[in-house]
Ligand binder design. Structure first.
Ligand code: TXA
Ligand code: MG
Length: 346
């Protein structure tokens, strides 16, 4: 399949985004799948009402069929069509964070969406992205759009159209290039089907921000211990992994440098994932600085690009610094731990 590529300038007036946006929306209505930018990562969208369209998403990504997709909407009213009810706390969260990097789990209205999209669950995950290009495409199509991150399953999520191209060229109908995404890690997933909302995946909206709006917020125990079975099906799979094995080093930089030296003496080529503040310190085969430690948002924005960049080198292993698990650091550490398959050097 030939993968079409459109470039759009997200800073221009909405009307000028056409005709690229209307071509992309037409393909969605024809049950083709296309990748488009959101404020978190690029998504791979398809008509959530159509089994055939949704199956194409799973096929292109190589995604296990028991891992449900997030349904993206461009207008608030759309949600009434496929959720049973909007609980009060969910309504507060929607008002505070939509459009934005928050995905909310609701009880699903049966029959309104493809069961393939929701992996046959009785619940559905919904989000309204905060990106002019995503919103324009969603509104123009008029459809609820199922959209996982636009990477091959297991690989780091794409934060540029080039990342999507590397993973999915020839497998999807098109890619809308709206430049690099902003936040860089995926949305926070919060389950609002119980009285106390529970975070199933940390992401762009922090726990602290959520608590300010709805008070007490729980955290899926599986996020704290690696052995527990997660409530969010996708969290159980290996994910975000670069080709070379990744180890997180919870020690100071002197000790990290000693590990580098030791591995190099064994004849291995070593990559280091660090930040601007520390990059000049390390002596290794490849040193990649991922944002500034003093501003964790910049680390989030460059994390997946950093993980992918090592695939263009011939390092045998990657050693990464760790980050404080507060604010967006929570999402950064969650993704790093998964990328490392929980290999941590304490
Ligand atoms: O930022 C994002 O959320 C991006 C952009 C494209 O919107 N999308 C994204 O989708 O990250 P995906 O498919 O890569 O991750 C969706 C996560 C998975 O962990 C999945 O298991 C979970 O949401 N999920 C979806 N529906 C669910 C449900 N009904 N209950 C629990 N978890 C659900
Ligand atoms: Mg994903």
């Amino acid at each position: 399949m030939e993968t079409k590529r459109w470039s759009v300038d997200k800073t221009v007036d909405k009307r000028e985004l056409y005709p690229q946006v209307s071509q992309a929306a037409d393909l969605l209505r024809e049950n083709e799948v296309i990748a488009f930018p959101t404020e978190t990562v690029y998504g791979l969208g398809g008509n959530a009402e159509n089994d055939g369209a949704v199956s194409k998403i799973f096929e292109a990504k190589g995604r296990p069929s028991d891992n449900p997709l997030i349904i993206h909407i461009g207008k608030m009213e759309q949600i009434e069509e496929f959720v049973q009810e909007v609980p009060q706390k969910a309504a507060k969260l929607m008002e505070a964070f939509w459009p934005g990097a928050l995905t909310i789990i609701f009880n699903k209205k049966e029959g309104a969406l493809s069961d393939v999209a929701t992996a046959g669950l009785s619940t559905v995950a919904v989000r309204m992205p905060d990106h002019p290009v995503a919103l324009a495409i969603l509104q123009e199509s008029g459809l609820p759009i199922a959209a996982p991150s636009a990477n091959r399953s297991g690989r780091p999520s794409p934060t540029t159209a080039q990342h999507v191209w590397e993973d999915l060229n020839g497998r999807i109908a098109g890619i809308v290039d709206g430049g690099p995404t902003g936040i860089g890690v995926e949305s926070t997933v919060i389950d609002c089907t119980e009285d106390i909302p529970v975070i199933l995946r940390p992401g762009g909206v922090t726990k602290e921000q959520l608590q300010e709006v709805v008070g007490e917020v729980g955290v899926d125990p599986a996020l704290l211990k690696s052995k527990e079975a997660p409530k969010s099906p996708g969290m159980k799979y290996t994910h975000y992994a670069p080709d070379a094995p990744l180890y997180l080093v919870k020690r100071g930089r002197e000790e990290l440098q000693e590990i580098i030296n030791e591995k190099r003496r064994e004849g291995l080529s070593v990559g280091v994932l660090t930040t601007e503040e520390n990059k000049a310190y390390y002596d290794a085969d490849v040193v990649y600085a991922c944002g500034r430690r003093a501003e964790l948002e910049t680390v989030a924005a460059h994390l997946y690009e950093a993980l992918r960049s090592f695939n263009n080198t011939d390092v045998d292993l990657i050693l990464s610094e760790t980050f404080p698990s507060e604010g967006v650091g929570d999402a950064i550490m969650n993704r790093l731990l998964k990328a490392a398959g929980h290999k941590v050097i304490e």
